[in-house]
Design a protein around this ligand. Structure first.
Ligand code: C2E
Ligand code: CA
Ligand code: CA
Ligand code: CA
Length: 271
């Protein structure tokens, strides 16, 4: 038994060491990727469900890895966050996204991007956003920041101040992944929210048999949001039945594979 124990420990140790090597290798790859501009935004259209008009796009980061192909955030964002590199990567991505949207033809869709807790910790986040908008030539009213409840927990007061200042210059805020956090309701009335995004988990339940409970939840979210003058976006719409249910409940906007998957801007706008 003693022998086995030592062996197991050795195996664990090795795996741990290998994990650390992997993380360090990934960090240096991320730095290189930043230098060589290997990150690019993909855009998922956000539709008005009534008439399928594109109202905006969510910018989603992709890493165009020279060997491993197109990587999704789940492959690298955690390490990028732990190493602090995500901020530089995000700012590059945000600015590129705004430039692309500024060039977008008529219709003037809005753009949303995912802002993590790290960004919101900076009291001058709003100032940086405004400078970036100026450089990229995008009107502030066309930008919506997506924040999660998790990012708010950190320091609700200072986040609210940043979002208030952004709203005063026209930049909107959306509460992302709504319904998956803890004290959702307390944020709704105290934050300057333009939009709220119903998490995919609720949408996916909508067309299952006995989906009564989730449609009740979705209907309640819609009623609450509308009473507070907040627009609602449903996330992760994959089936016609989900779409029909959302339309019948009066959900105004939505995104998902059924309607359009994330793709480079060139896919959405003929150049
Ligand atoms: P999120 O903000 O909740 O983004 C929605 C995710 O759902 C995206 O995954 C999107 O591609 C995916 N999705 C869209 N429609 C459907 C659908 O119909 N079905 C299913 N199953 N999934 C759908 P993605 O692009 O892999 O992003 C994952 C997460 O990574 C995002 O979750 C967001 O939290 C984070 N993220 C994405 N882009 C950025 C970024 O630029 N910066 C930072 N810091 N985080 C980002
Ligand atoms: Ca999001
Ligand atoms: Ca989301
Ligand atoms: Ca999410």
């Amino acid at each position: 038994a003693k022998q086995l124990g030592r062996k197991r420990f050795a195996v664990f140790d090795e795996a741990l060491a290998k994990g650390m090597v992997d993380v360090l290798a990934m960090e240096s790859e991320l730095r290189k990727a930043l230098r060589q501009n290997e990150f690019e935004p993909h855009f998922q259209p956000i539709y008005r469900l009534g008439d399928s008009k594109v109202m905006g796009y969510e910018a989603l980061i992709r890493w165009n890895h020279p060997q491993r192909g197109l990587l999704r955030p789940s492959d690298f964002v955690k390490i990028a966050e732990d190493s602090g590199l995500i901020e530089a990567i995000d700012w590059r991505l945000f600015e590129l996204s705004c430039r692309l949207l500024a060039q977008h033809g008529p219709g003037e869709p809005f753009i949303t991007f995912n802002v993590s807790a790290l960004h919101l910790r900076h009291a001058d986040f709003d100032v940086r956003i405004l400078k970036m908008l100026e450089r990229s030539g995008l009107a502030p009213s066309r930008l919506v920041t997506e924040v999660t409840e998790g990012a708010l927990l950190d320091n609700p007061e200072s986040v609210r101040n940043v979002l208030d200042r952004l709203r005063s210059v026209g930049v909107g805020a959306a509460l992302d992944d709504f319904g998956t956090g803890y004290s959702s309701l307390s944020y709704l009335h105290s934050l300057p929210l333009r939009m709220l995004k119903i998490d995919r988990a609720f949408v996916q339940e909508l067309d299952k048999s006995g989906s009564g409970n989730s449609s009740t939840v979705v209907a309640a979210i819609l009623a609450l949001a509308h009473a507070l003058n907040i627009q609602v976006i449903a996330e992760g719409i994959e089936t016609q039945a989900q779409l029909d249910a959302l339309v019948s409940m009066g959900c105004e906007m939505g995104q998902g594979y059924l309607l359009g998957s994330p793709a480079p801007m060139s896919h959405w706008v003929a150049s």
